[in-house]
Design a protein around this ligand. Structure first.
Ligand code: HEC
Length: 122
């Protein structure tokens, strides 16, 4: 009896672990989708700052992956920039159209974007 309860616990943990992973994967994909809809026009599909609309900006966006590699971005700073924008630059605030949770998904995606894999999350 005790043994079967133990097996039941192990099984439910396994199911929990698997679905937990699936949710992470799908929120990264949702982050990518939102990035492509809202951000890539300026920042480019690979976040190099060379999107089609960047040429019309007085100050073109910097390379987000380079900023990431230099340690200048983290999840909190990204969520802040997305929701509040960057006053004095062409970076608009998104708090009217993107929720804090969605901004978190975009941030996670940018922190894990794999440029070599055509922008797929790592
Ligand atoms: C209209 C063009 C435009 C759009 C659309 C846009 N940005 Fe920006 N973004 C800029 C400009 C201009 C800057 C300022 C230059 C810089 O810091 O790279 C900037 C800066 C940034 C930075 C770097 C600076 C920092 O401190 O965080 C990040 C990250 C960023 N944007 C993310 C995003 C994300 C994510 C989206 C979509 C939700 C987005 N941007 C949409 C133009 C845009």
């Amino acid at each position: 009896m005790a043994r079967s309860i133990l097996i039941l616990f192990a099984l439910s943990f396994l199911v929990f672990a698997c679905t937990g992973k699936a949710a992470t994967r799908s929120s990264l994909q949702e982050g990518q989708r939102l990035y492509l809809v809202h951000c890539s026009s300026c920042h480019g599909t690979s976040a190099d700052g060379k999107g089609p609309a960047s040429a019309s900006l007085a100050e073109p966006p910097r390379d987000i992956i380079k900023l990431r590699e230099e340690g200048k971005l983290n999840k909190d700073s990204l969520v802040r920039s997305i929701l509040d924008g960057l006053p004095g630059t062409g970076m608009p605030p998104y708090s009217d159209s993107i929720t804090t949770e969605e901004a978190g998904w975009i941030a996670e995606y940018l922190l894990r974007m794999n440029r070599a894999e055509n922008g797929a999350p790592d």
